[in-house]
Design a binder for this molecule. Sequence first.
Ligand code: PEP
Ligand code: MG
Length: 871
Amino acid sequence: MGAPLYAAGQRKGAAVQKQLPEIPFAALITSDAPIAANAHGGRAKCLQRLVRLDLPVPCTVALSFDAVRGIAEGQMPELATILGEFPDDALLCVRPSSEDPDWGGPGAVLNVGMNDARYVDLCDSMGAQAAAALYLRFVQSYAVHVARLDPDVFDAVSEDGPEALGLILQAYEAETDEAFPQDRGEQLAAVLRSMARAWDGTTARLLRQAKGAPVDAGLGLVVQEMVPGLGQGECGSGVLQLINSQTGKPQITGRYLSQSQGRDALGAGAAALYLEQDPRGPALADVAPAAFADLKSHAALMRQRLREAMQVEFVIENGHVHILDGVRVARSARAAVRIAVALAEDGIISPQEAVMRIDAHSLNELLHRQVDPLATREVIGTGIAASPGAATGRLVFTAAEAQASASRREPCILVRRETSPEDIRGMHAAVAVLTEKGGITSHAAVIGRGLGLPCIVGASSLKFLSKEKQLVTTEGRVFKAGDIVTIDGSSGEVLAGQPAMLEAALDDAFQTLMGWADAERDIGIRANADTPADAQLARNFDAQGIGLCRTEHMFFEPGRLTVMREMIFAETSFGRAAVLARLLPMQRGDFYELFRIMAGMPVCIRLFDPPLHEFLPTTRTGQRELSEALGIPVRDVTRRVEEMGEYNPMLGLRGVRLGVTVPEIYDMQARAIFEAALDASKEGAPVVPEIMIPLVSAKREVELVKARIDAVAAAVKSERGVEFDFRLGVMVETPRAALRAADIAPHTAFLSFGTNDLTQMTYGLSRDDAGRFMSDYVRQEVFAEDPFHVLDVEGVGELLKLGVQRGRESNPGVTLSICGEHGGNPESIAFCRAAGFDYVSCSPFRVPVARLAAAQLAIAHMLAGELPASA
Ligand code: PEP
Ligand code: MG
């Protein structure tokens, strides 16, 4: 192999530039060749960048997407021109080059051009063993990928070296009835054709689409001169990167294997060398110190100039380094953050670019809870740890059950044999997913990681009895639908019950990135938080306050439910007020805790919302217990429960309708809020509480409730002898409230759009029942997406826009926000920002996602020359 390998630019570049325009499908990769990622793929573009850095890259020709499409359709280009770029005796390799390297592509084929004659030559120059290894590798991959033979065909061959080569060539001939092709052009044509066609296979298509590739994504191919990695002197191949893929911290990682090719070093186990000196075994730094030093400096240069942490694929040929390829280092979400932050801190990219580089959805992966390492783990089954984080919930066995469970706000674990796209909405609704089948790239695993949902796949140690809705352990223990289990998607263990959890650790790089994001963001982010634990999470995630505290959950706590029921059973206003007086200190304590934790930040408390009968016992036993507690006959309890039943409770006596008809509840809550705010202000930062009225549909409702709340405020001020401020707001959850926002806004300091109910009422679609048919609706494209998950910008969005416009016109100072589940969804945030909302409020775990997404919107709009949202 006498001809220079990688001086392509100097060697033939000029000539080729003249030749190749006639063949627009291919270009020799030189510094100034017209190579583009969207025409030739990311790998081709990256190789060009490496050539521009004067790195020792072997001669490479890039085939365009169009060329590869043509090849798949049977139009083989004129190969002589491509082959003319390489020395006559050069071996070649063909690698995929998709637009985004993450979309994958067919496996590389090495040593194209090996034939009997080259084998004889190479036996002389590098020895029979090495020459046979090169030929063997090619025959085997040609047989499997091109001739489509079963790999088992070669199982019988246990030898290696020349004997094995003979046997394998014989096996090839026996299976195909043809001699192994000897012509390099014929070999190359067949390899190109098989790779081009593999790209169109169903599995490849589904896999890349799961990673976000468009339906018509193209594949480029690169044909590169082989540096064999076998032969005399120190020869071998390996990969090197300067950071740890899991943590993102600086650490030289990778492996090197003498006398090897491709990525063999990574699968070679103990035979492979470490790169840096390592107490665990020999290292490349000992064997070839100069090559190791070159590699490190090449990798550092690539980081600096390609502005990215890169993995270097290299070959050492008799002590000399060749760079075959550079790929973006594969990374966990946590590592991605650290890498981007380090690049910005080193001045290689700007902080804004670091913010733009992180996929907001991927933060979920960093933010999930983990099982406390000190907790007792009762392992009932194991599988593949497919998506990190841990979650506890009740077992459900269908996507519809998962959606129903989510609408009841009951965390659930979706258990399926394997998942399909029809399960997506169920996966959205579940806190974790467990499947019997599948591997790390199966549907459940890919989607689970995308959603940041803890996921275990291939849990075949458990028996999945889907019809019976049961899981059976190897010991015969049965877990039924509704039983509580924990999925540890980081370890792959299924645990019985609910072990202690640790919240996500948010490291310094994460905090730095979020600080940069906050500096760019022009829309506020608050959290929906009902409990002190939620509020603490909101603080940890740097929410700018609580945008929605649903107070009804507080009444379900032990010791309070019976008092609540007594209140509901009270016959008179006086009797009701007396029972509510017992609930007052409990509520005051709840609110005080929230105010204390939020330390002066705004806390928006929603007055009682659900229908009262949700608190009444439905079972005989429950009703008997209540009759004992109240000292009234069980018959009376049953009668009252029946009387309170409603045909359509979500459209019945709930929300502000309770405030109007049973006003004592809101009186008590307002008093508890004011007293707690005063107590918290005494001890810390002053608190200006926000009180929100749910389910408003008419101005008069607001006037009536406001009058009573003002009266309570006046009473508390005079009792305590202090002045205080508060803000009263309205939840816009009915279409009428949005349409009549102009009437309502003058009476209110803020309007907060509850898009869960607003979606329900706009569509006339029950939140609790839609799960049963949502999959059908989305599959048949009635809805593009589940509107409870992704904001329906056309319909519900129009109401939001009308509400915003009419509300602002009649009260320019009114604060506007959204507090439905959509508040944490990056696409919905884009809508809210464009519509001029002041803030969005979402569940605490979504807060960082929302902060980052909002910053990315602001930066993108600034780059596009737009004014900030608030301007
Ligand atoms: C809403 O309806 O959007 C909302 C936030 O309230 P809830 O989900 O409690 O009904
Ligand atoms: Mg609501």
